[in-house]
Design a protein around this ligand. Structure first.
Ligand code: ADP
Ligand code: MG
Length: 324
């Protein structure tokens, strides 16, 4: 484990060799952009030597006039520390020029789960899909938490899929806000995306692994219902909804969703971080061992004529003893 850590919980000592030759000497950019965030552009590329596809994340070292190289080193260090987890995106190589650092990442060809979260029924996740993907997300996050890493930016744009049809596996990406929580680290200054941030962040209270668990509660809510539980008309209203834990658990919103799923979300959207379920506790929740319907949820439109063939199987009975 690299030991160099500053007081914000950022690790800046890395093991990956930083290559100084041009990225384009070894890779060819192909196709369109895979995505972009505030300071990064991600493009698909092919490694010339092997013909293998990767995703190249181009990060500017200067942001708003400030040198952000240490933030990028932290992102690399976190990726290194999670390389044993199949659910965290793999880091292949790193390149550096005068102005930017390029992370060559495993390509998650299915894109963001965000697309299925906002999709119509024939594209949207079924509860059965969400159970399988939630287990993977929690397994990945449990790995991070066991290593004292908090992600701090878990949202549908940062959870990718290896493929869409057939629905593949998840890869957690974007460790730009991640921190190590060992030592007496207190992180008070970071803000993630308004809709997904936990109440303790809004109150400038200490951040912990529980902060990620809140975001996972929001994430699963969105995956199951297609609705963002705290989103208001403006930031102010969103923050008020979060601090009051103002959540709609009505029948209409959770039409076709099992009560075990609702119970699962309720264990995460708890204001007191110490009373929130941990990743390990979530993995033992009866919902993740249940076998819900595999037909799509019906919230985005009226009853569908596109019935899935599998629905005749009796998959609706939860088999966990805890649920009866
Ligand atoms: P930022 O820190 O700017 O948000 P991200 O790491 O989240 O950068 O990348 C931005 C977007 O690029 C992601 O939301 C996703 O759509 C896409 N992307 C990132 N990494 C990969 C990858 N390994 N494979 C495929 N697409 C990716
Ligand atoms: Mg991102």
């Amino acid at each position: 484990m690299p030991a160099a850590m500053n007081k914000n919980g950022m690790v800046t000592e890395i093991h990956t060799r930083i290559r100084k030759e041009p990225f384009t000497a070894n890779y060819e950019l192909v196709g369109r952009e895979l995505g972009r965030g505030k300071f990064a552009v991600v493009k698909k590329c092919v490694e010339k030597a092997t013909g293998k596809q990767f995703a190249a994340k181009f990060l500017r070292k200067r942001r708003k006039g400030a040198d952000c190289r240490v933030d990028i080193l932290n992102e690399i260090a976190v990726l290194e520390s999670a390389k044993e987890s199949p659910y965290v995106v793999g880091l292949h190589e790193v390149y550096e020029t005068n102005s930017e650092i390029v992370l060559v990442l495993e390509c998650a060809a299915g894109g963001e789960i965000f697309n299925q979260c906002v999709a119509d029924n024939d594209e949207a996740f079924t509860e059965k899909d969400v159970v399988r993907l939630a287990k993977q997300i929690l397994t990945g996050v449990a790995f991070l938490h066991q290593n004292n890493v908090v992600h701090l930016d878990l949202k549908p744009q940062n959870i990718l899929l290896t493929s869409v049809r057939p629905l593949g596996d998840i890869r957690i990406v974007d460790f730009g806000l991640s921190r190590r929580m060992d030592s007496v680290t207190e992180v008070r200054e970071i803000l993630g995306t308004p809709e997904y941030v936990a109440p303790e962040i809004l109150n400038y209270e200490p951040i912990s692994t529980a902060t990620d668990m809140w975001s996972i509660g929001v994430l699963i809510y969105v995956m199951l219902t297609g609705e963002s539980p705290f989103l208001g008309d403006d930031k102010q209203e969103t923050f008020l909804n979060i601090s009051q834990v103002n959540v709609d658990y009505s029948q209409e919103t959770f039409e076709e969703v099992s009560s075990l799923a609702v119970d699962f979300i309720k264990s995460l959207l708890v204001k007191n971080p110490r009373k929130r379920a941990t990743a390990e506790e979530c993995l033992n929740h009866p919902w993740l061992n249940s076998h819900p319907h595999s037909h799509p949820h019906l919230h985005t439109r009226a009853a569908s004529s596109l019935d899935e063939p599998e629905t005749s199987q009796s998959e609706s009975e939860p088999e966990s003893p805890a649920s009866s």
